[in-house]
Design a protein around this ligand. Structure first.
Ligand code: OGA
Ligand code: MN
Length: 307
């Protein structure tokens, strides 16, 4: 039975509405930044600081950035990654970010050497098996990888002793995004890479494990489109719903850094051009969404405790 608290929890009500599979929800209230005129009642275009050109992302002058006026500190940036960049980051996520020294959801069930081989095993099955089903392939089972400070899902903490490095290319791209919005000296110290399929969702939560919450959280999306909910730090407040598509970047800073958010629905469509039927990466991205969620954990002012 639903308690009075649940009834008042407008965030949860919207989450369940967009997650439902019994019937298709209405998308009329979902903000769509690909239809700019429709979002301008709630969002304003922002100008970016020019950053130096770096590899694996477009130049800042090509980006299009918006601030969601109803959620202070929440930015939506388009055109940060071309199709080639999106393919680069998807390959990095699947082939490299799941490997040692990074940690994945599968590591507690199988030897790391076998996790390290799951992409090439799945790809070779794809190339050789006539009745190949991606849902039965090894790579389908990977749900998350952690890089840098490894987030502990049970304690919701980071530990000084459980750390690897955030790869340089990912740190450079996230640093560039932070700089373009005026956040200087951003250090990518932890990342969660989420792998979703079209029936996956991510429940309402706040990201509060980082000891310095003044630096932005940077989130890069690849593959299938999705609906994202962003609220405030009170979960009884009704959230905004928006479409997030491949190559879009979301930045949660200021008040929105500690806001409740969720991903109730992964759609079965993608704006990526994925027409190469002989390519396993395209096959994966036609059926999945990848989210690179990058955080700065500590700063000169706030450091992780010794443990
Ligand atoms: C997270 C998160 C959102 C997304 O990993 O904490 O909120 O877009 N991800 O997948
Ligand atoms: Mn989150």
């Amino acid at each position: 039975m639903e308690s009075k608290d649940d009834v008042m929890d407008y965030f949860k009500i919207d989450f369940k509405y967009y997650k439902q599979r019994a019937s298709v929800p209405s998308y009329n209230d979902v903000l769509d930044f690909d239809d700019v005129d429709s979002v301008l009642r709630k969002a304003s275009k922002v100008s970016l600081l020019e950053s130096p050109s770096i590899k694996n992302m477009s130049d800042t002058k090509n980006w299009e950035a918006y601030h969601l006026n109803t959620v202070p500190g929440f930015y939506f940036i388009k055109n940060v990654l071309t199709r080639e960049h999106q393919l680069y980051w998807a390959r990095r996520s699947l082939c490299d970010f799941t490997r040692s020294p990074n940690v994945t959801n599968l590591d507690q069930f199988q030897a790391k050497e076998s996790v390290d081989k799951m992409w090439e095993n799945s790809e070779s099955e794809f190339l050789t098996k006539s009745n190949f089903n991606i849902r039965e392939s090894e790579i389908w089972a990977v749900r998350w990888a952690t890089l840098g400070y490894h987030h502990n899902w049970n304690t919701r903490n980071y530990s000084k002793r459980h750390r690897s490095n955030v790869p340089d290319d990912l740190a450079a791209v996230s640093g560039n995004i932070a700089n373009a919005l005026g956040f200087e000296d951003y250090k990518a110290e932890a990342s969660v890479v989420n792998f979703y399929h079209s029936n996956s969702s991510l429940c309402p939560h706040q990201d509060l494990s980082e000891v310095d919450l003044t630096y932005p959280l940077i989130s890069i999306s690849l593959g299938l489109d999705a609906i994202f909910l962003i609220g405030s730090d009170i979960k009884t407040e009704k959230p905004e719903a928006l479409f997030i598509r491949s190559g879009d970047v979301v930045v949660m800073s200021g008040k929105s850094r500690t806001a409740y958010h969720a991903l109730p629905r992964v759609m079965e469509t993608t704006k990526m051009r994925l027409d190469d039927e002989s390519d396993f990466l395209s096959c994966y991205l036609m059926n999945s969404r990848i989210n690179l969620n990058v955080r700065q954990v500590e700063s000169d002012k706030s450091v992780l405790p010794e443990d």
